[in-house]
Design a protein around this ligand. Structure first.
Ligand SMILES: C[S@@+](CC[C@H](N)C(=O)[O-])C[C@H]1O[C@@H](n2cnc3c(N)ncnc32)[C@H](O)[C@@H]1O
Length: 276
């Protein structure tokens, strides 16, 4: 770990920008993780002032990811490719999958140095899970990486995880093409687990989320919300798993939610699709 306050500054990995907040570290702070710097916490606190439900939204996304990984593993998938994996401080995907079967294999992909460095530390000496530092849009580079080749068998079903990450790709066409290319590379019986920011139908709350998204221009990557129609388009050609495309906390919830009257406070739509 390399938190600047509370950790040794000398432990901060090289090439990590301490002056600028980053998506993975801000998200880590929001979900209650311990791998973030003062600059990330200040950014997050400003965002919370503009949109007080942002922390709950981040946690709801992470909880959706956990439920979806579990579902895929229970359906027999034993391989996971996590695109834009972030910092695994709060229950990593391999730990989620291993709750179903210790034989599950997980390849993480992230293009942020600190997320990769933290994952390398966490995964050191662990069999069956590893990380690739790459832009997920470079599909050939990811699939051709020795880590992918060692851990994943592209002839057997794979769960592609693209949660809270595609909205950091500013070019919508590139984001959609990237998803298509991964889906083309995996066999029938594979899954796409997806969550993506969307503004929601309440104008005042949408304005608040828009202001937070504007703030992301000061991060190392900026985020973009997209329409439910665009997000649904990513699932075209897949069998949509019930309950379909819904706000994150409405995807197979484990308990009744208190705030059903403001579902858009999740800020992200989520879905799981199966490749026929
Ligand atoms: C908000 S975190 C989401 C983490 C995790 N997927 C989840 O849902 O809990 C977004 C992550 O996507 C990564 N990311 C953004 N654009 C990326 C890209 N083009 N290639 C790889 N990773 C990317 C960021 O570095 C960050 O770690």
């Amino acid at each position: 770990m390399f938190l600047v306050e509370g950790y040794q500054a000398s432990e901060v990995p090289p090439h990590v920008d301490l002056e600028r907040a980053s998506p993975s570290r801000v998200y880590d702070y929001l979900i209650g993780g311990g791998c973030n710097f003062a600059v990330d916490r200040q950014w997050a606190e400003q965002a919370i002032k503009r949109m007080p439900w942002i922390r709950a939204a981040a946690r709801s996304n992470r909880a959706f990811l956990r439920r979806a990984v579990r579902m895929c593993a229970e359906e027999g998938v034993r391989q996971f490719l996590d695109l834009g994996s972030g910092i695994p401080t709060i229950l990593s995907v391999h730990e989620m999958a291993w709750q179903v079967d210790r034989d599950c294999r997980v390849v993480y992909v992230d293009n942020e140095r600190v997320a990769v460095a933290h994952s390398e530390l966490t995964l050191a000496g662990i069999e069956g899970a590893d990380i690739i530092e790459a832009d997920m849009c470079d599909v050939d580079r990811v699939l051709g990486d020795p880590v992918c080749q060692r851990l994943l068998d592209l002839d057997r079903p794979i769960a592609l995880l693209a949660t809270a990450s595609l909205y950091y790709i500013p070019d919508a066409e590139l984001a959609a093409r990237t998803v298509d290319r991964y889906l083309d590379a995996v066999p029938s019986g594979s899954y796409l687990v997806l969550s993506h920011a969307t503004l929601g139908q309440d104008r005042r709350d949408a304005m608040k989320l828009s202001r937070v998204l504007e703030m992301t221009h000061s991060l190392t990557s900026a985020a973009t919300a997209r329409t439910p129609e665009w997000i649904a388009g990513l699932l075209a050609g897949l069998e949509l798993v019930q309950p379909g495309l819904v706000y994150t906390s409405f995807w197979r919830p484990e308990s009744l939610r208190a705030q059903d009257d403001t579902p858009w406070h999740d800020a992200m739509l989520a879905a799981v699709g199966r490749k026929p």
